[in-house]
Design a binder for this molecule. Sequence first.
Ligand code: PFF
Length: 451
Amino acid sequence: MEQRGNFTSKIGVVLATVGSAVGLGNVWRFPTEVGNNGGAAFILIYLACVLFIGVPVMVSEFVIGRSTHANTITAYRRLAPGTWWRVGGIQGVFVSFLIFCYYIVVAGWTLHYTVASFLNQLSADKDYTAYFQNFVRSPWEPVVYAILFILMVHVIIVRGVEHGIEKFSKLMMPLLLLIIGVLMVCSFSMSGFSEGIAFLLNPDFSKVTASVVLSAVGQAFYSLSLAMGCLCTYASYFSSDTNLVKTALSVSLIDTCVAVLCGFIIFPAVFSVPGVEADAGPGLVFITLPHVFNTAFHNVPLIGYLFSLLFYVLLMLAALTSAISLHEPITAYLHEEWHLSRKRAAWIVTSGCMLLGVVCSLSMGVWNDFRIGGLCMFDLFDFVSAKIILPLGGILICSFVGWKLNRQLVYDEVTNRGSLRVRLFGVYIFLVRWVAPLAIAVIFYNELFRK
Ligand code: PFF
């Protein structure tokens, strides 16, 4: 049995965890939600959700992972031996698998759009809706890209925690931030800059309804990678002097800044082209933006080309670092509990996800007629994982740390055995015991029974 991996530096801890958090949720989902839910008012509510629900849940996952230094399933079993609480660990690993299977489909699209931008295929005036739909519905193209993407994830995972995940995150995350900086400079020089920024910064509270608040909580969970076993697994590689609260605050802050900065990139671009809607929905990134890149820079096509290429590289890298964090909880479990070598464990996960990923991908096209409960496989995976298992998992984590775990153990973890002063420990416990689980329960009820 190989030795258990660990992150070797503080910066490695933060960058790997930020790598998990920053993904399609920031670049694709967040601007879409902002566009649909009234701009800055949504952002303000989102910030409150991150602070009062996201950070406490993240610290709780860190406590579970770091106190046991084990994969998620073993972690729950060690902390509450012989009890039903082990379901918490099982759901974490299971839901990462489900999400991974359809996440790689969209991640494959980002790879395709990167290649297409590089080959300058997105620049000719074309019907971008038809282009996107033809690609997604093709029986082989999205499948090939999804498989290529998962192989990229696999190569990183088999190299291990230190030489794979940590090293890759240390390389890619600064690059990602650099790309965001360059794209922002481009956005600042566009004609729709002030309109785009106004859209992002002027809150329109008339649009705020209960469902907008619920979307904000859902977005916070998704964007911070909460309740999926990923953060718990990553925390099991933290060293005993990692400051859990500070790490959770830094990761949440960086993740939120990246999401908002992506808004600063996308909306000025969108408002620079007359007739394009800011609330274009999920098609924003794959249909609206190629059109925008092409039209806004028609005078200087080279800038349009570079803007488009950099944007899709950004999207792909963000998806890649998140995807490795979805692969890791399952690989770690198989490696540690089934006593398989890391390489073999990773192959099992990769093959299983490839199989189901292909099914999810084809369900957007040739297998679209095969439906369960009216949903194609892609939507079914999304629905079961994001709408059912995730909220339940969130409630489980909060209840586990807030009610079941020994208070002294939680205190010891949060304060590194008393060596750190954590002034708001009581507030943290209150949020984990009451605020977070109740808020999640309300979303769960609303999503499932009200719509
Ligand atoms: N947080 C990622 C994003 O914003 O795209 C998605 C994600 C990654 C969700 C890892 C869950 C996860 F465990």
